[in-house]
Every structure is written in C-alpha cells, then in structure tokens.
Design a protein around this ligand. Structure first.
Ligand code: ADP
Ligand code: MG
Length: 694
C-alpha cells in the first residue's frame, strides 16, 4: 500500500506532505461544543459503565467531568477492553466528533491521551490529513511518518542561506529567512499551529518553483552560449520597405513588440521570445516583420504552423503581400510529392529560398538551411513543449519567436516558457468589430438559422462547427457530416453549404478553404480544423454545436474566426441536448465536470466574457494546466505542493532569484550549489529542449 503511494524508503515518508489539516479547537467548557464538529476536551473520569445488548454486542462508556464545566460521555462499541483501560479519577484528553443526545454530549470512539494531574492541557494542534490509498488509514500512515521524522535531521539543506534570506524578504514573510529543511519537515508534519504549517509549506512551494526556474534559466544560458545568432541590422530604409508592404498601419502595440523583437535580433545572443496575444490582435504582422527584416539581412526565415491549412494560409497571405518583390517563399508540408520535396530541400540548403513556411514536417525531417536567421512558431500551444523546434543549422543559431493565441495565463507561461522573454499584444487593430455570443435554446434555434440566412443574403459568410466529424454510434453527438446533410436539406437549403473536416485529403481541404476565402461558399460546416488561425474577414456568423464539449480557450479560438473584418460578428452556442446528455459517454472534460444546468450557465458565462486572458484563467482553474495547452503530454512539470494558480507570487519571486543565481553561477559549479544542481537534474533533467540544444 505504501508503494502505491510512491513510498519506498523511510525518507520518502518525510516528503509525503499532508493534503490538508484539521484544525482542532481547544475547548474549555461544554458550552463551546458543537454537534458534528471535532473537538478536544480535558476532564476527570467520574464514572465508567458497560452494557451488553441482547445481540451480544458490548458498549463501554466513560463519563468525563470536563475542566471548565459540564460532562461528556465517551462511548465505544465492541471494545470491551476499554472497561479496564481507564480508572475513576484519571485525567484524560479526549478528541472526537461531538454528538448531542439531548441530555448530554457524547463522543463515539474518541482518541484518548492520558494526562498527569498537573500537566497543562496541551494546546490544540492542527492535525495533518495525508493523501491515502485504499486500505491505508490516516492513523497508520501518520504513525509511520512520525516514526520517520527523526530522519529529518540527516537531510541536507539544498537551498543556500542567501537564497532563503532573499526569498524571505521578497515574500514578506516577516522572518529573516525561509525555514531550514529540517524545521520545515518537522513543521509540515507536526505543526503547533497553522502559522507553522504555512511557514513550512511556503518553503517547499518556493523550493519547487525555484528548482524548476533554475533548470529553465540554466538551459537558457547554455542555449545562449552555445552558438551566436546572426545579428540582424535594422535601418530606417529596411523599416520603410517592410512597412509599405502591410495593407494597414501597424498598431502601437504591434510597433512596441516589433521594437522588442528588433532589439533582440540585433544581438548575437539568440532571441527566445514568446509573443502572446488574444485572437485577432494581429500577431501575424509581427511575424512577417521579423521574417522580412531577416530576409533584408540576407538570411532565411522559417514560419511553422500547427496545421497544413494554416501553413497554406500564411503562404497565400505572404505571396499577396510580397507580390512583385524578389522574396522567395516556399511551402514545405508532408503531403508534397517526394521529388518536389527533395528539390525544395536542396534549394533551402543552398539558400535560394528566403522564407520557408511549413508544418511539423520541418521539425521531424532533416532540413538543412543555408543561413537561417529566424524561426517563427505560430500557435505554439499546439505543438507540445518538448518539440519546440529542433532545427538544424550550421554555424549560427537562429532567433526564435514563439507565438500563441490561446492566451496562456501568466503563471503557466512562466512555468512552461520560463526560459522565454514574453511580449504581449493587448490592443486590437482598429476596424475589428465586437462579437456577440448567444446561448441558443431549442425555442430560439429556428430563428437563429433564419438569422444566419439573412447574414448570407446580406453578403456575409457563416461557419457551423461540430466537435466531431461524424456522429458516434450512440448518435448522441451530431458530427459535421450530419449537420451538413441536415442544414442542406432543411434550415439552410438553397445556400451554398459545404463541408470541411480533418479526414478530407489535404488538397481537398485546401480547395474548400480557398473557395470559402474567395466567397464562393456561403456556409462552411466544419470540424475543429478551422479552430486555429483561419482568417476570412467576410465571415460574420458562427454556430457551434454541442458547444459545451469544448474548453473555454477552444471556444474563444473558434469565436475569434468571426468579427475579424468590418462586419460585426455573431456566435450562437448550441448546448448538448438533454436527452443525448444522459446517454453520452464522452471523455471530454467539459462533459464530465458539469451537470446539465451548470453547462448552460457555463456557456452563458463564456458569452459574457470577451477577454481571452480572463477565459484562460478560468479554464486553468477549472480544467487544470494540462487541458489548457491541449494535451496532457506537455512536459508540464508536476508539482508536489506548489499550485501554479494559487502561488503566483511565489513563482515570480522564485523566477527572479533563479535568474540571479544563474547569472552568478551559470552552471551551478559552486560547491554551495551542488545539491541544487542535483535537484535540478533529478527533477528536470529531461526538460524540454530549446532550439537546437540537446
Ligand atoms: P492573430 O493575432 O489572431 O494571429 P491576425 O494576425 O490573423 O491575428 O490578425 C487579425 C486580423 O487583423 C487580420 O485580418 C489582419 O489582417 C488584421 N490586422 C492585423 N493588424 C492590423 C492593423 N494594424 N490594422 C488593421 N488590421 C490589422
Ligand atoms: Mg494567428
């Protein structure tokens, strides 16, 4: 059973931390007792009785005259030995749940500690509650941990004193240092009060974040040292040439981020920057700027997209933008014929291609660049952290710009991308219209389809999104194919309704999407392939079927597909129908978390919130970090005690101190840091590779 909890050695017990604490209040008189609550009383035994029922079961009662006044009867069933265990006049401390019998207070099966007559009643202590496994009781685990506690004296301190001191000051703990490890272990398991608990927890939370942030900072340092990056020179001339290619004036926010990127790329230390910005804030323009300034410096640029559809969209937009220029743009995707690919790889290697846009084919295959200057990764959250670009280049390391549109809450960004500098786009480009979101009940649905029809008649286009391609066997969720059939036959009959989903051949997908972009399709019924990045400004209305099957971040991404142009956007959310809900066996977290009514309320809440960051925070709390980034295999470190939602302040301080320490001793070579280094290696040795390290 211990093994099941990961407890193999005695020392493991020390690091099996309580899940929570039960605060047992000290009790002076029975007037303070409350039915149903755990309490402690101290008193003298004034009576002992025992009874046998007709069924042969025994009960023993010990009546305590409680110090401070009143009586409490302790009762045990089927523990006849209790009869002999106590004596009249003995002083006992009893801890248990209080029951009122109407005439007297009773505790069933209390915990008893005999006390000497003069001994002061011990102050109440918080009692640790440990995570258990089936068959193991709190009592057994607690006593095992208690037995192991003297070992704490042998545990060596990993956090250097100055780090503990600085952390204590920055965290405003009021004491001059974080607890040393031995005291922290003692206090987390056997606290005198909750202050001690909090003090001990803080030390371990800090340590956990600190070790992770050290690993990130160290890796970043190594990466920066490994090979120089080309210094990308900016000039007014280059700037003017790039800017005139945009069909709009850059926003202040875009300019600000571009300046940050330019400053980074001018250095020979490789840029490692995360650009986060809500859907529609115009991240693409920043990417294009970065790539074009690299090309202007006679280097190559790579743009990686999570899907082929998005890669093709990027190529199309770049080609429009750069029409008539000498910039060579190429698309590299899995679906290309082998000979074409071979030829393209050669052209990339000799440097006749300036900008390569592609999917993960770029990652998985051995692409050699002639002079790679920058790698832009669009929608990073879709990639999984481990895969952060392992690109092969020769003499120099490229600059990295990582973009994400699922706004990653700050704490998560610092945890996942603690090694990156972060830029944020907040301002939306002018001319984007607000998006209104409605939760559609069955009474509204006919009117909604009429509205969609009106929008199309007014020249707009529409999306209908379903969580699956096809209905499942139970038919509880309609797939995109079924919606397409139904809408064509019914509510949207006569319009040009077409289907797009992940199972279509790549060329077919592309063809459909292009026709939609050109306006020769009115309504696009799609599975979630359109979720990320698709940009068709004329589309104004989106219907999302079984909307509660999606996470908030995903819904927000979908919603971001409309209201992109000068036309107002409208989103209708259809909740899963109640009949289907009962039978459904979905593995989607949204499905398992909520009850039917909550689901609608939850969608209503989503409808009210426009800000992607706020939604991401809610998602983080509701579904946990693994869900937000789309996969559980994200390489997100698991924390024993720290909580990236609740402990944000500690995380930030740990990050700053880790940065300072690595600046002073980049490889943790100082003997004082040996134990830290061991922890870094043991806990985060397999941490995500950055750039071409590792
Ligand atoms: P995202 O950040 O979601 O990738 P995009 O880069 O696709 O956003 O930009 C969203 C839309 O806003 C696009 O249609 C783009 O052409 C437009 N856009 C971007 N920047 C500006 C700007 N400065 N002024 C006007 N429109 C802009
Ligand atoms: Mg985008």
């Amino acid at each position: 059973m211990f093994e099941r909890l990961g407890l193999r050695k005695a020392i493991d017990l020390l690091f099996h931390f309580p899940r929570s604490y039960q605060e047992v209040s000290e009790c002076k008189s029975i007037l303070e007792l409350q039915e149903g609550l755990l309490a402690t009383v101290v008193g003298l035994v004034v009576d002992i009785d025992s009874r046998f029922g007709f069924d042969g079961k025994s009960s023993v009662g010990v009546l305590l005259a409680v110090e401070g006044g009143g009586y409490v009867r302790c009762a045990w069933y089927n523990q006849p030995f209790r009869r002999e265990a106590y004596a009249i006049g003995q002083r006992l401390l009893a801890r248990g749940v209080v029951k009122s019998t109407g005439v007297a207070y009773q505790m069933r099966h209390p915990e008893i500690t005999p006390l000497d007559p003069e001994e002061p009643a011990p102050a109440a202590r918080p009692r640790p509650i440990y995570p258990l496994t089936e068959g193991l009781t709190q009592r057994v685990l607690s006593s095992a941990i208690e037995a192991a506690l003297p070992l704490a004296a042998n545990i060596e301190e990993a956090l250097p004193l100055d780090v503990r001191k600085n952390a204590a000051v920055l965290l405003k703990t009021g004491s001059d240092t974080l607890l040393p490890i031995q005291d922290a272990l003692q206090q987390i398991h056997q606290p005198v009060d909750m202050l001690q608990v909090n003090e001990a927890r803080l030390r371990f939370i800090f340590q956990e974040f600190f070790v992770l942030q050290l690993a990130l900072a160290k890796q970043r340092y190594l990466y920066q040292q490994q090979r120089p990056a080309p210094s990308i020179q900016a000039s007014a001339l280059i700037d003017a040439r790039i800017v005139k290619r945009f069909p709009f004036v850059l926003t202040e926010d875009q300019r600000k981020v571009i300046e940050e990127v330019k400053a980074d790329m001018a250095r020979t230390i490789p840029m490692n920057r995360l650009l986060q910005g809500d859907v529609g804030t115009g991240k693409t323009a920043v990417a294009q700027y970065a790539m074009l300034s690299v090309v202007a410096n006679a280097h190559q640029a790579v743009l990686m997209a999570p899907t082929e559809i998005l890669a093709r969209q990027h190529v199309r937009k770049l080609q429009e933008q750069l029409a008539g220029s000498r910039v060579e743009i190429a698309l590299l995707v899995h679906s290309m014929p082998a000979p074409d690919k071979r030829e393209l790889l050669q052209r990339i290697a000799i440097g006749t291609v300036d900008i390569v846009v592609g999917t993960q084919a770029l990652l998985s295959e051995q692409v050699e660049f002639s002079k790679l200057g920058v790698v832009v990764i669009d929608e990073q959250h879709r990639f999984g952290v481990e895969q952060r670009a392992t690109l092969r280049t020769s003499r120099t390391a490229p600059h990295y710009l990582v973009m994400t549109a699922t706004p990653i809450p700050r704490t998560l960004a610092l945890t996942l991308f603690g090694d990156l500098d972060v830029s944020t786009l907040k301002q939306r480009p002018p001319g984007q219209s607000a998006v209104q979101t409605y939760v559609l009940d069955s009474k509204m649905i006919d009117r909604w389809w009429n509205f969609v029809r009106q929008q199309v008649q007014a020249g707009r286009q529409a999306y209908v999104v379903a969580p699956r391609v096809e209905s499942d066997d139970e038919k509880d969720i309609r797939g995109a194919i079924q919606w397409w059939e139904e809408l064509n036959a019914g509510p949207l009959g006569g319009l040009r309704v077409e289907l797009l989903h992940g199972r279509l051949e790549s060329e077919e997908k592309q063809a459909v999407l292009e026709r939609f972009a050109q306006g020769s399709i009115d309504v696009l019924v799609a599975s979630t392939v359109i979720e990320v990045g698709i940009d068709v400004p004329n589309a104004s209305v989106m219907t999302i079927a079984d909307a509660d099957r999606f996470g908030l971040a995903q819904l927000h991404q979908l919603r971001g597909r409309v209201g992109r142009g000068k036309h107002a956007g409208f989103v209708g959310l259809i909740p899963t129908t109640s009949s289907s809900r009962a039978e459904s066996q979905s593995d989607s977290p949204a499905q398992t978390v909520d009850q039917p009514l909550e689901k609608v309320q939850w969608l209503e809440q989503f409808a009210k919130i426009q800000d992607g960051f706020e939604l991401a925070e809610i998602d983080l709390r509701r579904r946990g970090p693994g869900e937000i980034i789309g996969t559980r295999q994200t390489g997100l470190p698991e924390f024993r005690i720290a909580d990236i939602c609740k402990d944000e302040a500690v995380l930030i301080i740990a990050r700053n101190l880790a940065g300072q320490l690595i600046a002073a001793d980049p490889e943790l070579k100082n003997p004082d840091h040996a134990r830290l280094l061991r922890q870094v290696v043991a806990k985060h040795g397999k941490l995500m590779p950055i750039g071409d390290v590792g």
